[in-house]
Design a protein around this ligand. Sequence first.
Ligand SMILES: Cc1cc2nc3c(=O)[nH]c(=O)nc-3n(C[C@H](O)[C@H](O)[C@H](O)COP(=O)(O)OP(=O)(O)OC[C@H]3O[C@@H](n4cnc5c(N)ncnc54)[C@H](O)[C@@H]3O)c2cc1C
Ligand SMILES: NC(=O)c1ccc[n+]([C@@H]2O[C@H](COP(=O)([O-])OP(=O)(O)OC[C@H]3O[C@@H](n4cnc5c(N)ncnc54)[C@H](O)[C@@H]3O)[C@@H](O)[C@H]2O)c1
Length: 482
Amino acid sequence: MNKVSTDVLVIGAGSAGLSAYRSAKEHTNKVLLIEAGHYGTTCARVGCMPSKLLIAAAEAAHSVHTANRFGINTQAPIIDGQAVMHRVRSERDRFVGFVIDAVEDIDPQDRLIGHAQFINDHQVQVADHTLIEAKRVVIATGSRPSYPEAFNNFGERLIVNDEVFDWQDLPESVAVFGPGVIGLELGQALHRLGVRVKLFGVGGAIGPLSDPVLKDYAATTFAEEFFVDADAQVTNMRQVGDKAQFTYTDGHGQQHSEQFDYVLAATGRKPNVDKLALTNTSLELDERGVPIADEYTMQCGDSNIFIAGDASNMVPLLHEATDQGTIAGHNAGRYPDVRNGLRRAPIAAVFSDPQIAMVGESYQQVSKRFGDCGCYEIGEVSFENQGRSRVMLKNKGMLRVYAEQGSGLFLGAEMIGPAAEHIAHLLAWAVQNKMTVPQMLEMPFYHPVIEEGVRTALRNVNAKLKFGPDIIRHCIECGPGA
Ligand SMILES: Cc1cc2nc3c(=O)[nH]c(=O)nc-3n(C[C@H](O)[C@H](O)[C@H](O)COP(=O)(O)OP(=O)(O)OC[C@H]3O[C@@H](n4cnc5c(N)ncnc54)[C@H](O)[C@@H]3O)c2cc1C
Ligand SMILES: NC(=O)c1ccc[n+]([C@@H]2O[C@H](COP(=O)([O-])OP(=O)(O)OC[C@H]3O[C@@H](n4cnc5c(N)ncnc54)[C@H](O)[C@@H]3O)[C@@H](O)[C@H]2O)c1
């Protein structure tokens, strides 16, 4: 067993771990980065990037399909599954290549391959070859898909997102379980690429939405395009030959037994903290076994151990992973001088069509915080008749904005609709700048743009806050169809 000592040990060379490594290096030269699996990060290898590549191909096919709505007649697109998957894999590999180049720029003396486990707060063993004495540790071990035990009945026909991006060709059929973020994005993309897709959920949840009005709108909208049952009863799960088979009950109470090439489990992810032997440390763990940490410092209790990224089970998104990694790395580097890091306004986007966005406080958080006191108001806009959205035949969706009575403070928003990824940024910047609704209405709005819909929702909530008149129907100064 080799023995090594370091000031800062970073476990996991994903997005959070790489940020932590770079940040810690600003304070000490003795930083060691351990990776158990492949370099390249979840985001580039099997997450953000390959999923968006698949979605881009699906959008191209969909626009050919729907071109006739503009009077442009096309043949149904011929989807070459092998070519689609070839582009997904080769562009994915290009992105992974950039990350690997960055890792290779790291001094080889600072890198080690192997699975890390704690011996105690200051000692970590890597595989069976190295014992590390570390003054401070950053846990940045990411997360992995999690699904109910019963799914194993599908045998080799059960897959998770990782497998999809290594396909050589598109399959004929896929049953997707979990209409959360991954299930919606991949399920809809595969449907648009000609795969027979059925999407099943439990409890009626759709994506990350918590606003009941938008949840209903989203469930109806996606179900208009392809089979989505957000609250399905599924039984008899098994593998039959080279197919997955199960029985489900439809909306009319009828039972169907159906076979699919694959079952894609997109039923959530769990933090990779269970194989770190954390019980050998002094850390306090929550009910999922995740160390309890401060979201501003990423410090676990008052220990020498910090946590970042999906492993922290806080907000499993890429920008959060890099922010948390930066905070944890700086604090591990300068420990015991632990400081609060920059936490940005919450923002999340789902790349479905229509897109979904969440900004600031969600409906669930606002309604829980304020209860029935009448201290907040909801403004809304439908994009169904919104000018620019209609011009582009993207007029499907709704935005709901939440604001505080009295102060007029803009609290947050949920949305399903066109350009949600961009509108989310506009609104998140307003949340972070602690803007009030009247201040947001002083900002410029061009014409004709989808953002004019944001102004309508803001005027609606402004009126409910008793700060001004609501938008009038066919308002002329707003421009036609604003
Ligand atoms: C299909 C999909 C699509 C996504 N799309 C988006 C998106 O569009 N936008 C967005 O913001 N987010 C998206 N995400 C989420 C985003 O990818 C993650 O939040 C982010 O990659 C997490 O980074 P991380 O550093 O915490 O984990 P990772 O990048 O997974 O890094 C963790 C590393 O730790 C290593 N490790 C684990 N255990 C050990 C151990 N004991 N010893 C040593 N090393 C270990 C792992 O091998 C891994 O390399 C998506 C995720 C998925 C799955
Ligand atoms: N665009 C993005 O930013 C993006 C894209 C993909 C993933 N991600 C990140 O990855 C995380 C994980 O994504 P995810 O989609 O796996 O999790 P999720 O928590 O978003 O969704 C899981 C869904 O599965 C459902 N579910 C649970 N058990 C089920 C069962 N037995 N049968 C059917 N449905 C079941 C849940 O009700 C939920 O709707 C997300 O929370 C997100 O942070 C982000």
